[in-house]
Design a binder for this molecule. Structure first.
Ligand code: FMN
Length: 399
């Protein structure tokens, strides 16, 4: 081989000097983002995101439920113009995906809720702000304008619940998502074992953690104190304090009341089967988010993925049906849609991104899922989400 030929073969890229960009460019799927997040984040914080309730049977079952479906693709279809856009809850999105609500997001990374909302906006996706957010309803709406959804926990104090709903409406959140699976908080075993304290405190264990993960702590110590931002002035400081506000006495009548005062689309997050799905629609819901809270509440619940087909049959074609819990790949989204969902939502997938690289990490997680979903559509031989929904079970074989 001549020297000129050898030179052509050598492709040395200039070194990436920005550490975050370098790390993110080495992440090729959500599992890579998760591994990077684990490396960079103190264990109690990583486990707060990654862990689930009790024995974590549901956490594992959720992911398995998507993966037990295999594809039977159509071949020799011209998929050069495959279109991944979808419609639910009265809006069109470039990808059938929403960012699910996650509490205490600034503990994961100080960029927190605003970073996630900005990344959602760049991708044209809805972002759901949690009741237990660490940034206020108004601050998120002032800093980013994706399609904003507000997630509500119904509280013992009806006046405070109503105040949250009114603030969300005043800040022009479009969709109200009422979570119905968390009126009593689940037993997060890893958090107990790790002695996780919310808000984080400088204990001997934390000080040891600072030495192990200096980047995380440097960011944390340079940022404003973390708290349950939407409860300022209500003396809610600890996670136990917030749990005590949840109302274990709620019933479907409370949903009907909320329906009467919320002008936009109403979603019930947490029904897991046709009976509760029908009740939610009867109480006035426009959409359902099938969810077991990512396996963080009642362990051993049926994986939401396994309930899609029966719920769709029960509620008919006009109710917007989203599913979350266990989505880690664009092909999981394709499975959900082929089974009858209109869209999916993610929690941990974007939080791993946030831990791995702040706002750029959330962008990376959304990029990964978008590319994976499009490639899956094309390799399945379908040209649009409508075609995927129409073909349905024809494309799926149970393992
Ligand atoms: C760290 C964390 C915090 C969460 N906080 C909330 C919350 O405040 N409100 C809520 O309705 N769901 C909450 N969830 C559940 C998510 O909205 C979503 O249902 C779940 O993460 C989906 O499962 P996945 O993580 O496997 O995608 C949280 C999930 C995680 C991982």
């Amino acid at each position: 081989m001549r020297a000129s030929e050898i030179r052509k073969l050598i492709q040395i890229k200039p070194a990436e000097l920005d550490a975050t960009r370098r790390r993110l460019s080495a992440c090729h799927d959500i599992a890579d983002l998760c591994a990077t997040a684990r490396r960079l984040t103190p264990r109690p914080v990583f486990d707060f995101v990654d862990g689930g309730a009790d024995e974590e049977l549901s956490v594992r079952a959720n992911a398995r439920a998507f993966r037990r479906w295999q594809f039977r693709p159509r071949t020799l279809v011209n998929v050069s113009a495959a279109d991944t856009s979808a419609a639910f809850l009265g809006s069109v999105v470039p990808l059938p995906l929403a960012l699910a609500p996650t509490g205490y997001t600034r503990m994961v990374h100080p960029a927190g809720e605003i970073a996630a909302a900005r990344a959602a906006q760049r991708h044209g996706l809805p972002y759901t702000l949690s009741t237990t957010a660490t940034t206020t309803i108004e601050a998120v709406a002032g800093a980013a304008r994706p399609d904003l959804w507000f997630q509500l926990y119904i509280l013992r104090d009806g006046g405070l619940t109503r105040e949250l709903v009114d603030r969300a409406a005043a800040a022009r959140y479009r969709v109200l998502v009422v979570t119905v699976d968390c009126f009593v908080t689940g037993h997060r075993t890893r958090d107990r074992r790790n002695g996780l304290v919310i808000p984080p405190a400088l204990t001997a264990k934390t000080l040891a953690g600072i030495a192990a993960k200096p980047g995380y702590w440097a960011r944390m110590l340079a940022s404003p104190a973390i708290g349950f931002a939407n409860f300022a002035g209500h003396d809610v400081v600890t996670i136990e304090g917030i749990g005590a506000l949840f109302n274990p006495a709620i019933t479907w009548d409370d949903i009907a009341e909320l329906r009467a005062c919320w002008p936009g689309p109403l979603v019930i997050k947490g029904p897991l089967g046709p009976d509760d799905a029908r009740r939610a629609v009867a109480a006035g819901a426009d959409g359902l988010q099938l969810s077991n809270h990512g396996g963080r509440q009642l362990d051993r619940t049926v994986p939401p993925a396994n309930t899609i087909a029966a719920v769709r049959e029960a509620v008919g074609p006009d109710v917007s049906l989203l599913v979350d819990s266990g989505i880690r790949h664009g092909s999981d989204i394709a499975v959900a849609l082929a089974l009858g969902a209109d869209g999916c939502a993610i929690g941990r997938a974007y939080l791993y991104g946030l831990m791995a690289g702040g706002e750029a990490g959330v962008d990376k997680a959304l990029d990964i899922l978008a590319v994976q979903f499009k490639r899956t559509l094309q390799l399945l031989g379908v040209r649009s989400v409508a075609e995927l929904r129409g073909a349905g079970r024809e494309l799926l074989v149970k393992e």
